[in-house]
Design a protein around this ligand. Structure first.
Ligand code: R5P
Length: 293
């Protein structure tokens, strides 16, 4: 990417867009968005575009945003863009990677294939890849790059709780726990989780001593908050001195923040992949280095 490349963004991601433009030196333009009373969306891009364009769009609350991306990508091509990169700090629809019951849509494959048609390159952070090894298997575009915020979250934890015990709330968090623990040699372990429904999970603690420890629960996503809440309750009951939370993607849907806080969690930290009051770490540097290697 160079200063002649353009970074397009939407008004609700102004803060991250400006930081990203600052670290990359890219020019910046906001996509104007109008919502009609019936829910349809009209977008307006700059009338002429350079050959290389980057679109910043995190995909929490994804359904409207995916339509916006369809309109943006097709319009950008008409206006002169020849190479389109999507920077989606949060990538949606990655968790439904198989049909868990006959007839279910495998959303990861469908959404991934669609994004690969629209964009030449996709960059995201800590996508929830469970049964596939690489982002490119999920989004078969020319270039599909999965970055990790685990080292940045590890640095934050080191500052606040230098002797923390890092705990992953479920088996799938092991990849992030391992990366974060390695960075500062934190003690670490992962729980076992059984999900019974959207807001109903059971979490079993790992066989490690937690009594008197400052524990940090680290995960990719906080959605309903019940995974973190159940893990925090179990840790406090087992004698943890404190439980803090560090997540990459602060989705915190509905009452999720209250759910997590009422479980006794002390601090909640997140990256700015999704703009939220808990944001404590910016991904601008990480994303910027991927755009200007
Ligand atoms: C799934 O395994 C993810 O890593 C998260 O643990 C999960 O999405 C969190 O969901 P919730 O906050 O709704 O329990």
């Amino acid at each position: 990417m160079s200063a002649s490349d353009l970074l397009l963004f939407f008004e609700d991601e102004t803060t991250l867009a400006h930081k990203l433009a600052q670290v990359t030196g890219m020019a910046l333009a906001q996509i104007e968005r109008h919502r009609f009373p019936d829910g349809e969306t009209k977008l307006r891009l700059p009338a002429s575009l350079p050959a290389r364009v980057v679109v910043l769009r995190s995909l929490h609350q994804p359904n409207d945003r995916l339509i916006e991306l369809l309109l943006t990508a097709r319009t950008a091509r008409q206006l002169g863009a020849q190479h389109l990169t999507l920077v989606a700090p949060y990538m949606a629809y990655m968790r439904q990677d198989i049909a868990f019951a006959p007839g279910e849509a495998v959303s990861q494959k469908i959404v991934g294939a669609w994004l690969a048609e629209l964009f030449d390159a996709v960059i995201t952070v800590d996508p929830h890849l469970h049964r596939v090894a690489t982002l490119r298997e999920a989004i078969p575009t020319q270039q599909a790059l999965a970055l990790s915020a685990a080292p940045l979250l590890a640095d934050l934890v080191k500052t606040h709780c230098p002797n923390a015990l890092l705990v992953g709330p479920d088996e799938e968090s092991e990849q992030w726990i391992t990366a974060a623990a390695q960075r500062h040699r934190f003690d670490h372990a992962v729980c076992r989780k059984t999900r019974h429904g959207d807001r109903s999970v059971e979490v079993v603690l790992p066989d490690v001593a937690v009594s008197g420890r400052e524990v940090v629960l680290l995960d990719d996503i906080a959605s309903s908050g019940h995974t973190l809440a159940q893990a925090a309750r179990a840790l406090l009951q087992a004698g943890a001195r404190s439980v803090d939370v560090a997540v990459t993607h602060a989705l915190f849907s509905g009452d999720a923040l209250d759910v997590v806080k009422s479980a006794g969690v002390r601090h909640i930290w997140s990256t700015d992949a999704v703009a939220h009051d808990s944001n404590a770490v910016s991904l601008a540097g990480l994303l910027g280095s991927a755009l200007t290697p």
